[in-house]
Design a protein around this ligand. Structure first.
Ligand SMILES: Nc1ncnc2c1ncn2[C@@H]1O[C@H](COP(=O)(O)OP(=O)(O)OP(=O)(O)O)[C@@H](O)[C@H]1O
Ligand SMILES: [Mg+2]
Length: 337
């Protein structure tokens, strides 16, 4: 069912896992954002902020790990939360695909890469073995693997890390999904290989009008890749906005801290935010960032848990921050032009 709304509409998504003594640990709460057709949206935040669990919840992969998902995630109008596994399997690979950090681990070492891609094609499309194989070779070619018909007959261990990542992207895109969730797809790769994979994703996006949810902790990569940005901290969305607006004028002190941590030019020191993200079992009752925030006001910021709310006049699209001081603070960004 197609709708006029965004391609992916995530609202109030929460993920919890069983903890000792029968309790549940909530690791993502009230996560709300959307991705338009053909748009690249970055999901950024320090390690443990809930980026991966949120994306796994969207793909229906949390239950397999014993997790529970609440809230809503609609893809083209179809509610994904609570959808039976059989239907989710139909959607995964066909309408939404994922690429993870360590491609080699997601590939089957006992099958040639051609067989693996062809198998994915046949899972979703009623085509002959020959047609599926041809599609696999075509996809390997499309992601820049030289001599694709010969390489299709090789096994994953015969490919480098960067090539495995290309194979994963070929597999993710072989059934023309509308949404690709890329979870740190280049983190394990060296800088030049990373560059080529990012270029490839941008090319594929331009060619196929595919939307990408790009998960990373690297704001430099976000600046290059994304139209809009969602910032997560300690399981929550703390800021949302267009990439340029958010880089020009962050509205949450945490975003400013992340921007400060981008090394600019030679010799510039990487500034990291002092302190650590509070773990899910020890979240403060007020603002979750207050203990690390240089602007926190005692008695105000630690008193109440702030909601994610609209800031500014809306002239530069949806602009939201989870900070009671969002309007009064003049935070500095990195884009000055
Ligand atoms: N299967 C699980 N069972 C219990 N807790 C989990 C499980 N998976 C993730 N968590 C917890 O959920 C929280 C969020 O983890 P998540 O992997 O989503 O973080 P992330 O933002 O992707 O971090 P990173 O940048 O390191 O990938 C963490 O506290 C993590 O320990
Ligand atoms: Mg992760």
């Amino acid at each position: 069912m197609a709708t006029d709304g965004p391609l992916l509409d995530v609202r109030g998504l929460s993920v919890s896992f069983p903890a000792p003594r029968g309790e549940r640990l909530t690791v993502a709460s009230g996560v709300t954002f959307d991705v338009g057709a053909g748009e690249v949206v970055g999901l950024v935040g320090e390690s443990g902020s809930g980026k991966t669990v949120s994306s796994l919840a969207i793909s229906g992969l949390v239950a397999a790990q014993g997790g529970r998902v609440e809230g809503s995630a609609r893809l083209d109008g179809t509610e994904l939360v609570g959808l039976p596994e059989k239907e989710l399997r139909q959607l995964r690979g066909a309408r939404v695909s994922m690429v993870f950090q360590q491609a080699i681990r997601s590939l089957n070492p006992g099958l040639t890469v051609g067989e693996q891609i062809a198998e994915t094609v046949r899972r979703h499309r009623q085509v002959s073995r020959k047609a599926a194989w041809d599609r696999a070779v075509e996809m390997l070619d499309r992601v820049g693997i030289a001599n694709p018909s010969a390489r299709a007959q090789e096994y994953p261990h015969q490919f480098s890390g960067g090539m495995c990542q290309r194979v994963m992207i070929a597999m993710a895109l072989c059934c023309d999904p509308r949404l690709l969730i890329a979870d740190e797809p280049t983190t394990a790769l060296d800088v030049t290989v990373q560059r080529r994979i990012l270029d490839l994703l941008l090319e594929l996006r331009a060619e196929q009008d595919i939307a990408i949810l790009f998960i990373t902790h690297d704001l430099g990569v976000i600046a290059e890749m994304c139209d809009r940005v969602v910032v997560m901290y300690a399981g929550e969305v703390v800021e949302r906005g267009t990439m340029l607006d958010l880089f020009r004028r962050p509205r949450h002190p945490y975003t400013q801290g992340l921007l400060d941590a981008i090394p600019r030019g030679r010799g510039r020191r990487l500034v990291s935010i002092p302190g650590t993200v509070p773990p899910p079992m020890a979240l403060p009752s007020g603002c979750r960032f207050a203990a690390r925030c240089p602007y926190a006001e005692p008695g105000r910021c630690d008193a109440e848990h702030p909601p994610l709310r609209q800031v500014g006049d809306g002239s530069s699209g949806t602009r939201e921050a989870r900070c009671v001081r969002a309007e009064e603070l003049e935070l500095s960004g990195v884009v000055t032009a």
